[in-house]
Design a protein around this ligand. Structure first.
Ligand SMILES: CC(C)(COP(=O)(O)OP(=O)(O)OC[C@H]1O[C@@H](n2cnc3c(N)ncnc32)[C@H](O)[C@@H]1OP(=O)(O)O)[C@@H](O)C(=O)NCCC(=O)NCCS
Length: 197
């Protein structure tokens, strides 16, 4: 019997961060009407589109519907009320484009993690990321959390909201729970950051 080498692994395709995002047709200078609220189960698909749009470019950890449904209480969303998406059949309530999301996941008695923070590419640099993080921090305070952590590629952004980089060996063990499921497990390029409340 002959041993045959497997064929070489295919080269990864060039990744395009915006491939999955809804296109928003906003004229320059046009005012946006953005509201932040708790997420509901009906928002799951749109949140997945947002997060996995960035995950496709290795900017974020990909998420699936099971994670979203199980952790929907962790999430807040921002919607643009100038961009209607569809109306509910029963109530005729108009739903609007979700342009940002973020979540706070409690890990232990005094620590929590900010996860899945994503702002639609057409809505970045408007202060929305900062607003969402501050909402999540307020939530953490209400819960009695003392330290909020995050893993991120955007260290400079998190610095603007009061986070400081922390050495890997100083991160609490609870922070590593998700790493074994992360596609970047062997080549992690994210930094751990903490904000003491
Ligand atoms: C990083 C991200 C959340 C920032 O959100 P945003 O709404 O564009 O940020 P804001 O407008 O609130 O900016 C707040 C501050 O951070 C800075 N900032 C924003 N994006 C930044 C980035 N990518 N890198 C460094 N600094 C950034 C801004 O200069 C701003 O500072 P200022 O208020 O002093 O001018 C957003 O770009 C995003 O969703 N990126 C893709 C996904 C991602 O990287 N998520 C991070 C968690 S893994």
């Amino acid at each position: 019997m002959e041993f045959v080498d497997p064929p070489p692994a295919p080269k990864p395709k060039e990744k395009e961060p915006t491939e999955k995002f809804h296109k928003v047709l906003i004229k320059p200078g046009e005012e946006r009407q953005i509201k932040i609220q708790k997420a509901q189960v009906r928002d799951v698909q749109e949140i997945l589109d947002l997060v996995n749009g960035y995950a496709a470019a290795d900017i974020m950890l990909p998420r699936g519907p099971q994670y979203l449904y199980e952790n929907i209480r962790d999430f807040i969303i921002a919607s643009d009320y100038k961009v209607p998406v569809y109306a509910m059949m029963e109530t005729r309530e108009e739903l609007h484009l979700i342009v940002a999301c973020g979540s706070l996941h409690v890990l232990w008695d005094d620590i929590a993690e900010i996860r899945a923070l994503a702002i639609h590419p057409d809505y970045q640099h408007l202060g929305l990321g900062k607003k969402l993080v501050n909402h999540l921090i307020d939530d953490a305070r209400l819960l009695g959390i003392k330290r909020v952590y995050t893993f991120t590629l955007t260290e400079d952004f998190f610095r603007t909201v009061g986070f400081k980089r922390q050495k890997r060996e100083e991160l609490p063990a609870k922070m590593w729970g998700e790493c074994s499921r992360c596609p970047k497990f062997f080549k992690c390029d994210e930094v751990g950051m903490v904000k003491v409340l």
